[in-house]
Each structure stands twice: as structure tokens, then as C-alpha cells.
Design a protein around this ligand. Structure first.
Ligand code: B16
Ligand code: MG
Length: 215
């Protein structure tokens, strides 16, 4: 049975994708590279370095320049996320986390972002997590299962007793590879391989969720 939940951050708990887009767009404009919202969609759950390489579309730069570009993008991103407040929580996220806590179950964060701690603090939900796995936790990123396995280990639970909540294809694949139960948030085209697919966490109660997962 499920004793713990691992939540992805961007796209599940809050929508930082828009801020990532603004920051990448500003960098792309400075480099004279076209970058659209659709292209940004493909960067969901993709770590910073891989995102930059996708944005550069085959253009090559020395390693030191790549580092500078990543730092610059992150400076812009940090500037934009200063505006994040509890109002930016996606509907249902806080309620579900509170229910998990009240039921004596565990919750961890499993985000590819190096800024995950800062974001959950700004959202005012840091104290609802028992463990945090973020962009600093493991070397191999999603779709490798490492980040979620690390989160489960921090919770002291085997993957078979954890459900992962994810909005990105790479994240769903990572959770499946790790042997987790997977709840996909969003369209079937993106998260259809999850065991349970929901449009969002709005109105999702813990009891209903556990009931749906056991079938
Ligand atoms: P950072 P998640 C991911 O967060 C984002 O979806 C992705 O767009 C971003 O590039 C990645 O984190 C790394 O973020 O640059 O802040 O380290 O969906 O895994 O919570
Ligand atoms: Mg995500």
C-alpha cells in the first residue's frame, strides 16, 4: 500500500514553467536565437544544462561560455521567482499535502530544479515536506529513476510504497523505471503512461486518490 508521495515541483505544485520561459526567452533574445513558448514546453522537467543545449539548437560554444549562459539564465530566473507567493500554488496542492500529513503518510519533493527549496519556501509549503530531492541530489537526471529513488530513500520507503506525482514525460518515465506507482498530471499525450492520469490536483482528495490507485 502507498505510504508516501513524491511530488514533482514545476507543473504539479506550481507553474514555474512560465518563469523558466521568460528567463530562457531573455537569454535567447540576447543571443539572437528564436525561442517560442512551444519550444519551452519541451523543456518541462529537463535539467538546466540539457535545456540550454536544446535552446542553442546545435550552436556550439566553449564550456566556459555554456557555464556563463546557464548562470545568466539562472540570474534572470531568480529575478522572476522573487514574485512567487502562496498565491502561486496550483489548485489542490496544499490541500493534498495537508491531508497526507494529517493521515500520517509521508511527502517528499522530487524536482530537477536547483532552485526547488527557494520556490517551496516562497510558496509557504516547505514545512509540509518530510524530505527534499532536488537538482543537487543526484547526477543522473530524469528519465533516470535516481532522483525519485533518492527521495524514497530519504523517506525510508521502498518505491513500491510510494506514488510519484509528475507532469512531464521524462518524469513519468523516471518513476516507472524506479518501480513507483505514477500519477500523471496533464494531457494523455504527455503523461499517458502513468498508472493514473488526472487533469490537475484541483479537488483531488487523498482517500479518493488511494482508492483510484488500488484498482
Ligand atoms: P533549475 P521540475 C524542472 O523542474 C523544470 O521543469 C525545468 O524546466 C528546469 O529546467 C529544471 O527543473 C531545472 O531547473 O534551472 O531551476 O535548476 O519539473 O523537475 O520540478
Ligand atoms: Mg515538472
Amino acid at each position: 500500500s502507498i505510504k508516501g508521495f513524491i511530488f514533482d515541483l514545476d507543473g504539479v505544485v506550481t507553474d514555474t514553467a512560465e518563469y523558466h520561459y521568460q528567463a530562457w526567452k531573455r537569454l535567447a533574445d540576447e543571443l539572437g536565437i528564436p525561442f517560442t513558448r512551444e519550444e519551452n514546453e519541451a523543456l518541462r522537467g529537463i535539467p538546466r544544462r540539457e535545456s540550454l543545449l536544446m535552446l542553442l539548437k546545435g550552436r556550439t560554444y566553449p564550456e566556459t561560455t555554456l557555464d556563463e549562459l546557464m548562470e545568466r539564465k539562472n540570474r534572470y530566473y531568480l529575478e522572476y521567482i522573487r514574485a512567487i507567493s502562496p498565491r502561486d500554488l496550483l489548485p489542490g496542492a496544499r490541500e493534498l499535502l495537508q491531508e497526507i500529513r494529517a493521515a500520517g503518510l509521508k511527502a517528499a519533493l522530487g524536482s530537477a530544479s536547483k532552485n526547488a527549496r527557494e520556490v517551496i519556501e516562497r510558496l509557504g509549503i516547505a514545512d509540509l515536506f518530510d524530505a527534499i530531492a532536488d537538482g543537487y541530489s543526484v547526477t543522473r537526471q530524469k528519465p533516470a529513476p535516481d532522483l525519485f529513488l533518492h527521495a524514497a530513500a530519504l523517506l525510508g520507503l521502498p518505491p513500491t510504497e510510494c506514488a510519484v506525482v509528475e507532469d512531464a514525460t521524462a518524469g513519468v518515465e523516471a518513476a516507472l523505471a524506479g518501480g513507483f506507482t505514477v500519477i500523471g498530471i496533464g494531457p494523455h499525450e504527455r503523461v499517458g503512461r502513468a498508472h493514473l492520469v488526472l487533469p490537475s490536483l484541483a479537488g483531488v482528495s487523498l482517500s479518493k486518490l488511494l482508492e483510484q490507485l488500488s484498482v
